[in-house]
Every structure is written in structure tokens, then in C-alpha cells.
Write a protein that binds this ligand. Structure first.
Ligand SMILES: O=C[C@H](O)[C@H](O)[C@H](O)COP(=O)(O)O
Length: 230
């Protein structure tokens, strides 16, 4: 599986040209991209990156990829990032690694978002992967009640759990927030659910990426598929 992730990352690197401003994703697949990008940078490629997490920042710095921020430049050419699920509309579930907030800000500031993944991430309908929802710790129970109402309006339901780290403590995002993972099963109308969740005050962001993915690069046993958003 790791070899497939690296193949998808290598194919995405073919889209990168000198002078580009890049969004650098987070997770085990995006990590391959940053690694391969670092090799090209050390060989002379001129790019600048905006990392989507502190983990990616540390990796990019170690690889020698020059970094900037969205305060210093206004637009990015391409963001390359992984996903937890990808559907045929190239809508995504992201946030399995907890980086969804910065990932969405960076993808939104990019002319193109290239999603890299192994074939197992491709699904007919989003929702098998628990939907991550980033929340403010204050008023958590009230926020979860409103989330439950939003799920009911969107025709889905499922148990919610506050994400824990391996050490048993509550997982805290780079932004200082918590993540509620929701096991919904198939989501019939992801754009509608995305809108309902975004309207809840205690929800900082959610892992539904609607209309952001431009291209998906999927690596599988039969080779690589490149899919453009319809
Ligand atoms: O928060 C994490 C990100 O959304 C990741 O891009 C996503 O979870 C996919 O990660 P991986 O490539 O490790 O499966």
C-alpha cells in the first residue's frame, strides 16, 4: 500500500513546474509527495510551499523545501494532498490525521487541488470512513446536539466520539480544537450536509471537501488512474 501511495505522489510531482507555489498536504500519502519534492528541490527545482500542518512543516523543512505562508502570498498554484475517501464527483472526506482545517484553507486558496491516494480510497458514496468534525471544546454537548439535528435533516445518523490520541488523552488539533468522529455510513447528499454543519457555531470545520478536488490520482495494482472533476 505504501508503494502505491508513493506512485500516486510521484505522478502528482509531474504536474509541478519551476516557480510554482504549492500547498503541501498532510498524512502518509502527502508525506511521500513532500519527500519526492524535496529530492527535486535539492536538484534545483524552484518552488515554495505552504504546509497544512506542523508535521508537514517539520518534514518540508527537513527536506529543504522553502516555505511561506498565506499571509505572504495570496494564491497557490497547486495543492497536493491525500484523502480518506474520494467519490466520483471528487468530493472528499478528509481529516483522518486531524489536519482538515488548515488543509481546507490551503486547498481553497489554490487554483487546483490534486488528490493522491491508493485505490482503496475511491468510493461510490462518501461516509464509510467516520466523518471528522473539528469543534471548539467550549459547549461541546450543545454543539453535538446541533450536529445531531444537522445529521437528521440530511437523513443520516450515527455515533459520535471525541477523538483520542494513542496515549488516551483527547486529540488536540494544530489549531487547539478537538475532533468529533461520526460514523454515518453512506451520506446521500454531501453538499447539503456540509452546509448544515458549517452553520453550527461550535463547528470550526468539517472533513467534507466539496468542489475543491480538481484531479484525483489513484494508484492501484493495475496502474495509475487520473480522474478529473466532472
Ligand atoms: O488530516 C489528515 C488528512 O486529511 C489526510 O490527508 C487524510 O487523512 C489521508 O491520510 P493518509 O494519506 O495517511 O491516508
Amino acid at each position: 500500500m505504501d508503494a502505491l501511495k508513493r506512485q500516486a505522489a510521484a505522478r502528482a510531482l509531474e504536474e509541478v513546474e519551476s516557480g510554482m507555489r504549492l500547498g503541501l498536504g498532510t498524512g502518509s500519502t502527502a508525506k511521500h509527495f513532500v519527500d519526492l519534492l524535496g529530492e527535486r528541490v535539492r536538484a534545483g527545482l524552484k518552488v515554495v510551499g505552504v504546509p497544512t500542518s506542523e508535521a508537514t512543516r517539520a518534514q518540508a523543512e527537513a527536506c529543504g523545501v522553502p516555505l511561506t505562508t498565506l499571509d505572504e502570498i495570496d494564491r497557490l498554484d497547486i495543492t497536493v494532498d491525500g484523502a480518506d475517501e474520494i467519490n466520483p464527483a471528487l468530493d472528499l472526506i478528509k481529516g483522518g490525521g486531524g489536519a482538515l482545517l488548515r488543509e481546507k484553507i490551503v486547498a481553497s486558496a489554490s487554483a487546483r487541488m490534486i488528490v493522491i491516494a491508493d485505490e482503496t480510497k475511491w468510493v461510490a458514496r462518501l461516509g464509510r470512513f467516520p466523518l471528522p468534525v473539528e469543534v471548539v471544546p467550549f459547549g461541546l454537548a450543545a454543539t453535538q446536539r446541533e450536529m445531531g439535528d444537522a445529521f437528521a435533516k440530511a437523513g443520516v445518523s450515527g455515533p459520535m466520539s471525541v477523538r483520542k490520541s494513542a496515549d488516551g488523552h483527547v486529540f488536540v488539533t494544530d489549531g487547539g480544537h478537538w475532533i468529533v468522529d461520526v460514523r454515518l455510513g453512506e451520506i446521500e447528499d454531501p453538499p447539503r450536509l456540509a452546509g448544515l454543519l458549517s452553520a453550527i457555531p461550535g463547528v470550526v470545520e468539517h472533513g467534507l471537501f466539496i468542489g475543491l478536488g480538481s484531479t484525483a490520482i489513484l494508484a492501484g495494482a493495475q496502474g495509475i488512474r487520473v480522474i478529473q472533476r466532472p
